[in-house]
Design a protein around this ligand. Structure first.
Ligand SMILES: Nc1nc2c(c(=O)[nH]1)N[C@H]1C(S)=C(S)[C@@H](COP(=O)(O)OP(=O)(O)OC[C@H]3O[C@@H](n4cnc5c(=O)[nH]c(N)nc54)[C@H](O)[C@@H]3O)O[C@H]1N2
Ligand SMILES: Nc1nc2c(c(=O)[nH]1)N[C@H]1C(S)=C(S)[C@@H](COP(=O)(O)OP(=O)(O)OC[C@H]3O[C@@H](n4cnc5c(=O)[nH]c(N)nc54)[C@H](O)[C@@H]3O)O[C@H]1N2
Ligand code: SF4
Ligand SMILES: [Mo]
Length: 714
């Protein structure tokens, strides 16, 4: 094979890269030869990659790569042992039969997907659940990622596409406010798009930590709003108050393009700067400076943007918090115009496409609602089935996992006895991880498809070895809503199978027609495109062929918009009346009063540059593992002293859900009330042993970013 142009397997920036075979040396005889990675000059990364991207090809040949199905023999206490594909499929088909009582209780079988799956695989996984298994019980890890931002955007704009404009629109913006986003570590090549803002002193960051991104802003004369974790909605309301009272609100825009301002103002008018400072911990001068920079740049047409990410979104009030930041953007007249806007920075490689094609429990392809009779009729027609054959809505991610192994779940409906996991490692990444692991352990049958023995695969009864990004064809949709081609650059190892083939083989064993489950990615894409036609996320004019011809296509791209839509909402918003909606809810006082009890601090969690998510992939890359080998707890030296801790000692961090063991790392820029633990590590170092599964009522997002904890030396 020669050079293949594709994209990085990891995050939603989807940096362009070329993969080329390396010449095997004498030492490589009999070994899999890694591919050489070269960055491409793609619009999101402009010839740059981060450490994860550079080392991504190493994961193709890791020593413990799965190359044969595994079956747990001898009951739950038995060992995982190699099996043939035929044996594995037989065991699965029997287990489906058993768990679903011969098909009479299909909701006893669940499916858990991931935002790392290609569009084609995400679509087929949804179809496999609904038609192959006949279950309503499917959800995915994006529930813990983009769901609050998605619900907030849908509420305010009538549509969720992470960035409603191309990333390169940020290039000449003089004011950019990043809320709970740390792209300097989570998407390093993105930082080049922030240069103008940074150089004009207009890069602003809301983050309880002095993150790498906050430092970038600070050092260039920008603003770091170092708020208490969990006070983002109050902060946004306070900024809106300043915008209005200082005369910086865009009255014409509010009148012509929005609704609900008066009700929003009734709330925001309570958020005087001094009160905002008292609740958020951010001084009034910084609050004023932030609004002034945004308003000044917006008025002068010099580019003003507000971007939120997980820091503000991952809480049980995430949806309302996102809506409140959108309200600020609306008051300043930013969304739906050239050179300004609000966006959310989507996280996973296919975090955007993964939330559109039907792996969400309430959703059908094309971002359609599963409860909408017209949506069901459209998709049923494409699938060639009766609309009644499509089950109704299921449970959200955590609720699905919590229903595992239970006869009756917390919601009073039958529990789940068998679960398929494709592209997620919830034993590490789920909130209240110990409880989730316990639930998975009580299943009749856990099936995990992965290419490495992740912590979740290690609990499985059946492990299916699948192929990796550089071994498959397909598409993903990046953080800008642009659809990209993933291309095969290497032969997959013998013994592995493509997931589309696995789904078809399983469906056949379950007695479903094989033609429901095509395995050619281009053909699957065409079906997905038809299923999406007329939906919110319309892909119907996109094809592999158009993408291969080099076209830049952002959805919606259908009959009315065959050239795609790089910028949304320029004429009107996607709401019924075309107006954006002000929705501002800071919550009852006890939700933003984050005073913690005596001898407590706030645990917040997030990411390090060198590891990806649950770490299943990056912990296997020696150079990344060496830099960050274990869980750390970053805190202020005074905080350490007051808990009798010192740099480098092991600390036990105890929350209501459970406790984490991590190594203390002192950082004098930390807030004294906050400790930060990355969630990339397994075992006792799992951050999620102490995060609670209190869920947002709208998005079902758990509290990953704010948990009150105590600490003690081990
Ligand atoms: N290196 C690396 N890059 C990644 C990933 C990875 O695992 N590793 N994952 C990808 C994925 S799926 C995602 S979703 C993105 C996430 O990208 P980001 O959202 O940038 O990442 P996080 O580290 O989760 O959170 C961002 C910041 O929020 C801050 N924060 C914590 N609590 C609060 C709070 O209450 N309010 C505010 N305003 N900020 C708070 C944290 O200190 C952190 O610096 O990254 C993507 N890129
Ligand atoms: N405390 C805390 N917890 C968090 C977060 C946080 O900020 N704090 N962030 C949350 C967020 S934003 C996210 S996105 C989740 C992510 O958490 P996870 O869902 O656990 O994400 P990954 O570690 O990417 O897991 C992907 C797994 O699937 C495998 N895999 C990759 N590609 C494929 C594929 O194509 N097919 C199959 N079958 N397997 C594949 C990988 O090897 C890996 O084992 O974590 C959430 N959990
Ligand atoms: S920023 Fe994201 S897409 Fe780019 S190289 Fe790093 S992990 Fe890959
Ligand atoms: Mo994510």
């Amino acid at each position: 094979m020669t050079r293949t142009d594709t994209h990085c397997p990891y995050c939603a920036l989807q940096c362009g890269m070329a993969l080329s075979p390396t010449t095997p040396s004498q030492d490589d005889v009999g070994r899999r030869v890694p591919l050489e990675v070269t960055p491409l000059d793609f619009p999101t990364n402009r010839g740059r990659l981060c450490r994860k991207g550079w080392s991504s090809a190493q994961v193709l040949g890791v020593g413990d790569r799965l190359t044969t199905p595994l079956l747990r023999r001898g009951g739950k206490s038995g060992e995982l042992a190699p099996a043939t594909w035929g044996e594995a499929f037989d065991v699965i088909a029997e287990a489906v039969h058993r768990a679903s009582a011969g098909g009479r209780e299909p909701d006893r079988v669940g499916v858990f997907g991931g935002g790392g799956l290609t569009n084609e695989k995400a679509y087929m996984l949804g179809k496999f659940a609904r038609l192959g298994l006949g279950t309503s019980q499917i959800d995915y890890n994006g529930r813990w990622c983009m769901s609050s931002a998605a619900a907030g955007a849908a509420r305010c704009f009538g549509l969720d596409r992470g960035m409603p404009f191309p990333l390169a629109d940020l290039d000449d913006a003089e004011a950019i406010l990043l809320v709970g986003a740390n792209p300097a570590e989570t998407m390093p090549p993105m930082v080049t798009h922030l240069d103008t803002a940074r150089e004009s002193g207009g890069l602003m960051v809301v983050d309880p930590r002095r993150s790498a991104t906050a430092r970038l802003a600070d050092e260039a004369g920008g603003v770091h709003l170092q708020n208490r974790p969990g006070t983002d909605a109050a902060l946004a309301a306070g900024l809106l108050h300043i915008a209005v009272t200082r005369g910086w609100a865009d009255r014409d825009y509010i009148r012509d393009r929005t609704s609900g301002f008066d009700d929003a103002w009734a709330v925001a008018s309570q958020w005087l700067p001094e009160r905002t400072e008292a609740v958020t911990g951010v001084g009034v001068p910084a609050l004023r400076a932030a609004v002034e920079r945004l308003a000044t740049a917006a008025r002068a047409g010099r580019g003003a943007y507000i971007l939120t990410a997980r820091g503000a979104e991952q809480s049980s009030r995430g949806t309302d918090t996102v809506a409140t930041w959108i309200a600020l953007a609306l008051a300043l007249g930013l969304p739906g115009r050239k050179r300004s806007g609000w966006g959310t920075i989507t996280g996973q490689g296919n975090g955007q496409g993964g939330r559109e094609h039907g792996q969400k429990c309430d959703q059908l392809p094309g971002y359609r609602k599963i409860t909408d009779p017209a949506a069901r009729a459209h998709v049923a027609a494409v699938w060639g089935v009766d609309p009644d054959a499509i089950p109704g809505p299921g449970r959200s991610a955590f609720e699905l996992l919590d229903a595992c192994g239970r006869d009756v779940a917390a919601d009073g409906r039958p529990g789940v006895q068998m679960l398929f996991v494709h592209a997620s490692n919830p034993v590490v990444s789920a909130p209240d991880a110990a409880r989730v692991a316990e639930r998975l352990d009580t299943l009749d049958t856990l099936v995990v498809a992965d290419f490495v023995p992740s912590e979740t695969a290690q609990l499985a009864d059946v492990v299916l070895p699948v192929r990796q990004w550089a071994e498959e064809e397909g598409t993903v949709t990046n953080l800008e809503g642009r659809v990209l081609r993933r291309r095969r650059a290497a032969e997959p190892p013998a013994g592995t199978r493509d997931e589309l083939e696995i789904l078809r083989a399983l469906a056949e064993r379950l007695g479903r027609p094989a033609h429901w489950f095509p395995t050619d990615p281009a053909e699957v894409f065409d079906e997905l495109a038809r299923a999406s036609a007329g939906g919110a996320a319309d892909y119907s004019a996109i094809s592999h062929a158009r993408l291969d011809a080099g076209e830049a296509l952002h959805w919606p791209c259908g009959a009315d918009s065959p050239g795609g839509t790089p910028r949304l909402f320029l004429g009107s918003f996607a709401t019924a009346d075309g107006r954006a909606v002000f929705s501002l809810d800071v919550g009852a006082p006890d939700t933003f009063d984050t005073r913690v009890a005596e001898r407590q601090v706030v645990l917040t969690t997030g990411r390090l540059l060198g590891h990806y998510q649950s770490g299943a992939q990056t912990r296997r890359v020696p150079e990344l593992h060496r830099t960050d080998p274990e869980a750390t707890a970053t805190m202020h030296p005074d905080t350490a002293t007051s808990f009798d801790l010192a740099d480098g000692v092991m600390v036990r961090i105890r929350g209501r859900a459970g406790s984490i063991e991590a190594r203390v790392l002192l950082d004098p820029t930390s807030r004294r009330d906050t400790v930060f633990v990355p969630f990339h590590f397994p075992g006792a170092g799992r951050a999620n042993l102490a995060t609670e599964a209190s869920l947002d009522p709208h998005s079902r997002m758990p509290d990953f970013k704010v948990n009150n904890v105590t600490m003690e030396a081990i």
